[in-house]
Design a protein around this ligand. Structure first.
Ligand SMILES: Nc1ncnc2c1ncn2[C@@H]1O[C@H](COP(=O)(O)OP(=O)(O)OP(=O)(O)O)[C@@H](O)[C@H]1O
Length: 249
């Protein structure tokens, strides 16, 4: 079995009287895509925020690379190897594609840079940015202004910016949102290629993409996990079909 990079143990998040995430356990492994699906309001974004440290859990534990990071700040969790993309884009539209990716690479380097000479750190940042652009299939777009590339390319840029921090674990929140079929197919191919070396958690409503990519799925409804397993088992699960796919059990 591939190496475990992230483990959530019975994570819970309450907002006042509402339990948005209710005792969710989840394991992310290197070289695997783990999709989290569920209807609107199921708690997928809240779970993502718990894993990235953007929200602190009310209860439960979070382990990253075997270290307990429960309640740690997002910057600490990012430094320990977790990168995430957001539903709302973080791109600086007036800047070039290259400048956006370089800024993301620089954010990661700011700590390490203290130990390096300026020239070394600059070279490291540039190398990291170039690699991220290449992995995301955007090398040919490097000098374009980010606001002028297509919606699909902007989502690729978002992924490149996440990769530029050189994470081990990637949390991708609806990377296919608002895309046409051809663009979606390109991103599916891209995600398939970047899963090598990374543990990927994919939150996505596009079921074709989910079933094309996922090695494992977790299905959430009302904050709870109702099923976890391989795609074939999830497809066949009566509770999932009834609760989520809208079919009679
Ligand atoms: N900051 C918050 N304060 C109060 N309630 C919240 C907060 N964030 C989320 N919720 C509630 O928690 C529940 C889960 O929301 P969440 O956004 O995690 O679901 P989701 O599965 O990501 O939905 P979608 O697919 O629409 O993005 C919802 O009932 C939502 O209204």
């Amino acid at each position: 079995m591939a190496e475990v990079l992230l483990e959530a143990q019975r994570l819970t998040k309450r907002f006042g009287g509402l339990t948005a995430v209710d005792g969710v356990s989840l394991t992310l492994r290197r070289d695997r895509v783990h999709a989290v699906i569920g209807p609107n309001g199921a708690g997928k974004s809240t779970l993502t925020n718990l894993l990235s440290g953007d929200l602190a859990p009310t209860a439960g534990r979070l382990l990253l690379g075997g270290r307990d990071v429960t309640g740690a700040a997002p910057e600490t969790i990012a430094r320990l190897g977790l990168g995430r993309s957001y539903q709302k884009t973080n791109i600086f539209l007036p800047f070039t594609v290259w400048e956006n990716v370089r800024l993301a690479a620089q954010a990661r380097a700011s700590c390490a840079a203290r130990w390096l000479t300026r020239a070394d750190s600059l070279a490291t940042v540039n190398r990291r940015a170039e690699r991220a652009l290449e992995l995301a299939g955007l090398t040919a777009r490097a000098q374009r202004i980010a606001g002028t590339i297509s919606h699909g390319e902007q989502r690729q840029l978002e992924i490149a910016m996440t990769l530029a921090t050189e994470p081990q674990v990637l949390l991708l929140d609806e990377p296919l949102a608002g895309m046409g079929t051809a663009e979606a197919e390109r991103i599916v191919e891209l995600l398939r290629s970047i899963k090598r070396g990374h543990a990927v958690m994919l939150v996505e409503h596009d079921m074709d993409a989910v079933f094309a990519l996922a090695d494992e799925l977790t299905v959430m409804v009302n904050g709870r996990v109702i099923a976890t397993g391989e795609p074939a088992a999830i497809r066949a699960d009566a509770a999932v079909r009834a609760a989520y796919l809208g079919e009679d059990a």
